[in-house]
Every structure is written in C-alpha cells, then in structure tokens.
Ligand binder design. Structure first.
Ligand SMILES: [Zn+2]
Length: 308
C-alpha cells in the first residue's frame, strides 16, 4: 500500500514565536525523525501540496472571514484571539495546510495514494466558520469533507478526531450536513469547553466523547472504537478523514490523556481495516495538536507506518 506524506515548506512560515506551544519546531521534527527510518522514508510518496484557494476555503468558511485573514496577514500580522497568532507567512502556511488535505482527498480518489498523512501546521480543528481560534486559522479537515462531496461526489464522509481537545471548529463546519459524520474524543472539562456528550448537532450526526484525564489508555481506545461503531452503523463512509492530534499522548503539556505510541498504531490499523471494508481504504489524515516535538514526530512515523 503506497501512502503519501503531504507537506509544504510554507508550514514553517507561520511564525508564532518560540514561546508559543504551536511553534515551527513541531513540524521540523517530523522529517528529522523520518531520516532515521530510511525504510519508511523510501516507502512513502513525498508530495509538496498546493495552496487552497478562497473558493475552496469558502466550502467551510464565511468569505468575509477568509478575506479578513488575508488582510491581516497583508498588514504584517496580528492575533485572531489571544492564542492565535498570525504572521506574514500565515496565509501561505494555512492555505497550504488546507491544500494538503485537499490534495490528499484528490490522491485518494485518483488512486495515486489511497491513504495519506498531511504533516502540516497551523492546525485547523478549532477554526470556526467566521473566526479563527485555538491556534487554528482554517478548518482543513472540515473543508476537505465538503470538498470530497462536491468535487468527488462522495456521499458519506466520516471524520475521526482524536486530538485531546474538542474539534469544535470541525463540528461547526460540518454539523449542518447530515452525510458528514464527526466523532471527537476529547478531555473534559478542558479547552475549548464545548463537546458535551449530548451535543449531537442538529442532525444527530455528531458523536462527542468527553473523557476524564489520566485514565488507563485502553479506556480511551475502547471509547473511540465504540463511537466509531455507533457512528457507522448503517452509514458506510466513502472516505475517512482523521484529525490526528498527538496531544492525546501521555506527557503532553496541553492535555492529560495517556495514549502511547502502541495505541496510535492500533487505532490507525483499526481505521485502515475499517476503511478497507467501507471504501477501498480511502483515508486522509491531518496533523492537529501535539506539543512535545520529538514525541509528536515519533507518533507521526508510527501513524504513517500503520497507514501502509
Ligand atoms: Zn489539541
């Protein structure tokens, strides 16, 4: 199975400063770690993504918001909220992040790479239709779900988000479309404060799995697997999208989950197996959080190896 690793040099141009947890060192750690694993490196298609354009971003975002980000970047940068820095390179980085996931969808449908991992930043799953927040500018995975439906006639899309934080932005981008189902497992109570279990969205197409911190890792795995079973009963996805946040690993400074690399591997394999049964294996995964760079990189490598 040929897996693509999709990235873009512009990811490094989103300059949040070294004091910010979502700094450029996160993304640099991934190719550095990959150089130590030549067998994995050689097995991947290495793809430099395109930038998403404003029309594509508008599949999930308010055009006035998209323009406001562009204007803020053109003026030299600023902040979208106290946590969400925008620098001169942020438009190019954020549109490349979304473009990466869209390229992943295109490659899944063309057959060039049935599965891919997008090693990108900034993350996207907190970005609301008309507001950036929580380090996120554009909701790459939410936009990609709509893109798969409009561009590739996907009828049903499943999104699985195992970042330690609730994917509130993704939920907001997709909850009005009943043929996109979204599962988010996240620490509770925790940032951003949303994602209660009874918040199912207007079409009951949302599965929120709030979890306490510091549980045995098997409990997180079982809860997520159970939610995937529920969400896909009578709903066979044409495409699986993954918001792969590795801040759900033990020791992350921004979360209290306890997953280890072996759980990243088993969750990935489980999704590959399910995607193979549902839709010929089509799966596109995108990096979200994860704030210990070397640990994040190790997790990305385990994840990519298990996607093969
Ligand atoms: Zn997170």
């Amino acid at each position: 199975m040929t897996v693509a690793m999709i990235s873009h040099a512009d990811s490094g141009r989103h300059d949040t400063g070294w004091g910010h947890p979502e700094h450029v060192g996160r993304i640099r750690a991934i190719p550095r770690a990959l150089r130590e694993q030549p067998e994995l490196f050689e097995s991947l298609i290495h793809h430099e993504a395109r930038h998403a354009d404003a029309t594509e971003l508008a599949l999930g975002h308010d055009p006035a918001y998209i323009e406001s980000v562009r204007v803020l970047v053109a003026s030299g940068g600023g902040r979208l909220d106290p946590d969400t820095v925008v620098s001169e390179g942020s438009w190019d980085a954020a549109t490349a992040a979304t473009g990466s996931v869209l390229d992943g969808v295109d490659m899944a449908y063309s057959g060039r790479a049935i599965r891919s991992f997008c090693a990108v930043r900034p993350p996207g799953h907190h970005a609301l239709p008309a507001n950036g927040m929580g380090f996120c500018l554009f909701g790459s995975v939410g936009v990609a779900a709509h893109y798969a439906r409009t561009r590739h006639n996907a009828e049903r899309v499943l999104i699985v988000d195992w970042d330690v934080h609730h994917g509130n932005g993704t939920q907001a981008l997709v909850e009005n479309e009943p043929e996109i189902r979204f599962i988010s497992m996240h620490q509770w109570p925790w940032y951003p404060g949303t994602g209660a279990a009874d918040d199912r969205g207007p079409h009951r197409s949302i599965w929120n799995i709030p979890m306490r911190p510091s549980l045995p890792p098997e409990q997180y795995v079982a809860a997520l697997e159970g939610a995937i079973d529920d969400a896909t009963a009578g709903f066979e996805p044409d495409l699986v999208l993954v918001s792969a946040g590795f801040d759900s690993l033990r020791g992350d400074p921004l979360g209290g989950f306890t997953l280890e690399l072996e759980h990243v591997e088993s969750l990935t394999r489980s999704l590959v197996e399910r995607a193979t049964a549902w839709c010929g294996g089509r799966l596109v995964s995108a990096l979200e959080g994860g704030y210990v760079p070397d640990r994040l990189a190790e997790a990305c490598l385990v994840h990519m190896a298990a996607l093969r």
